[in-house]
Design a binder for this molecule. Structure first.
Ligand SMILES: Cc1ncc(COP(=O)(O)O)c(C=O)c1O
Length: 460
């Protein structure tokens, strides 16, 4: 082959995808996908659906871990990307002030009127790193507080505020940090009294387990933090841009005005990685306190034209199509229809969340026959039952979901925010069929459970 021809390359070598991953990338991904029977070949995607080579549709209830807020290949976002490439802008000169970052900052700040400035990076973890650095510099204090089970990204700073040992183990030493339970104001105050805390970073609805902050917690935490001259950082990387039925999830509670807000994922339109840290004037003024410090925090690709153009297109589509209202309406519908099943299925314990961020929690059944099966799974590994549900949802019903974190019996639904009644019907019907199967006590589902148990035991 001479010259570069992407279409030809994919046609000739696309079939090697799993082998290439096994050989050159993280080899555990194809291994895991083979084990679960998730080793599909998706050829095309549009909106909330993927399609395989036979044209069969798969409903996406995962949205690429939340980046596909508008679904895949939204025509307006796609056009913006074409347009910005065709414009051949003089981007990233680094010694001029291009218009797009200013315009996107202006739009983002309209949704957080108490904030004044934006730093653009390239991912969620970078947005969090920025917030941590800014908070430490602005307060002159080293320690950061976070919640148990928190997830804020996996670079070293963000890892320091990760609430799961599985992610942290082996990477120490990290930043000085302390975890508090979500909702535990007394613990927060105890830590703040030590006088060395820069900030408390929190997801308004925790991604792992889909746990919303208890009512009143964010406001009370903010008051305590400000009393002790520490900052509130809202990590809206997953919850932001309408996911929970408010533009930002912290807005669910009146009076909450975080000092720094982290945004990423859906702002990308699913195309160009981007991160944004929104913050108060005084914090930015302190970090960038003199001309000498102009580059004290910066990123080579930060605020690039492609990311800014897609971000602007995403916000424009969100307004034009009433995306936040749809997330709230469709989320309420899906959650209430699922919650109605709790009384019908003893393995189903709770349905929670806000907007289109929904957690379905399973738990110990009452009847004896099911309990022995449940106990067998729990003895091997916590989280296997949720995995046992995720697998037939894809295999039999062509719906992609995920278990919400290791060792959790929770399935998380974070579909594109454009879904409607049709997708709700399809999910509820499929979920009901899988639950019927699980409660019948026999069949393929529990056979697969036994396979998972063997795997878990072999992996110990
Ligand atoms: C709440 C939250 N913060 C930060 C991140 C990290 O984002 P990224 O993967 O873009 O670094 C994630 C990713 O899942 C997230 O859910």
């Amino acid at each position: 082959m001479t010259g570069f021809d992407l279409t030809r390359l994919l046609a000739e070598r696309g079939g090697e995808r799993y082998a290439l991953h096994s050989r050159h990338l993280n080899h555990q991904l194809p291994r895991m996908l083979h084990t679960l029977g998730f080793d599909k070949v998706y050829e095309r995607a549009e909106g909330a659906y993927f399609y395989d080579a036979d044209g069969r549709d798969y409903l996406d209830m995962l949205a690429g871990f939340g980046v596909m807020g508008l679904g895949r290949h939204h025509p307006v976002v796609r056009q913006a990307l074409h347009d910005v490439l065709d414009a051949q802008l003089a981007d990233l000169t680094r010694f001029d002030c291009p218009p797009l970052p200013g315009l996107l900052a202006e739009q983002l700040l309209r949704h957080a009127p108490h904030l004044d400035r934006v730093f653009f990076g390239n991912s969620g973890t970078e947005a969090v790193e920025t917030a941590l650095k800014f908070a430490r510099y602005a307060t002159g204090r080293p320690r950061v507080l976070y919640c148990t089970h928190a997830f804020h990204g996996l670079t070293t700073g963000s890892l320091s505020v990760n609430g799961e040992d599985g992610f942290r183990d082996g990477f120490a030493p990290l930043l000085p940090d302390t975890a508090v339970e979500m909702g535990d104001l007394a613990a927060l105050e105890r830590e703040l009294r030590r006088g060395d805390v820069a900030a408390f970073v929190v997801e308004p609805v925790q991604g792992k387990g889909v746990t919303p902050a208890p009512p009143g917690f964010l406001g009370a935490a903010q008051e305590l933090l400000h009393c002790h001259k520490a900052l509130l950082i809202a990590d809206e990387v997953q919850t932001g841009l309408g996911r929970t039925g408010d533009f930002f999830a912290y807005q669910h509670e009146e009076g909450v005005e975080p000092d720094l807000v982290c945004v990423a994922k859906a702002l990308s339109g699913g195309y160009v990685p981007v991160g944004a840290t929104l913050g108060k004037e005084w914090i930015f003024k302190k970090v960038y306190s003199s001309m000498d410090r102009v580059l004290v925090h910066s990123a080579s690709f930060g605020a690039n034209a492609q990311a800014m153009a897609t971000g602007l297109a995403v916000l424009s589509v969100m307004a034009d199509e009433g995306i936040v209202a749809n997330a709230r309406r469709t989320g309420d519908l899906l959650r209430s229809r699922l919650a109605a099943l709790v009384d019908r299925y003893e393995l189903l314990h709770e349905v929670r969340g806000r907007g289109l961020m929904i957690g379905i929690e399973f738990g110990r059944p009452k009847s004896l026959g099911l309990r022995s099966r449940w106990t067998m799974l729990q003895a091997a590994r916590k989280g296997l039952f949720a995995q046992m549900v995720v697998v037939p949802l894809l295999q039999r019903h062509r719906i992609l979901t995920q278990v919400s974190g290791d060792h959790l019996e929770v399935i998380k639904l974070i579909p594109p925010l454009i879904i409607g009644e049709r997708e709700v019907d399809r999910f509820v019907q499929a979920f009901t069929a899988v639950m019927d199967d699980a409660h019948s006590g026999g069949g393929l589902l529990w056979d697969f459970g036994r396979t998972l148990v063997k795997q878990a035991v072999a992996n110990r």
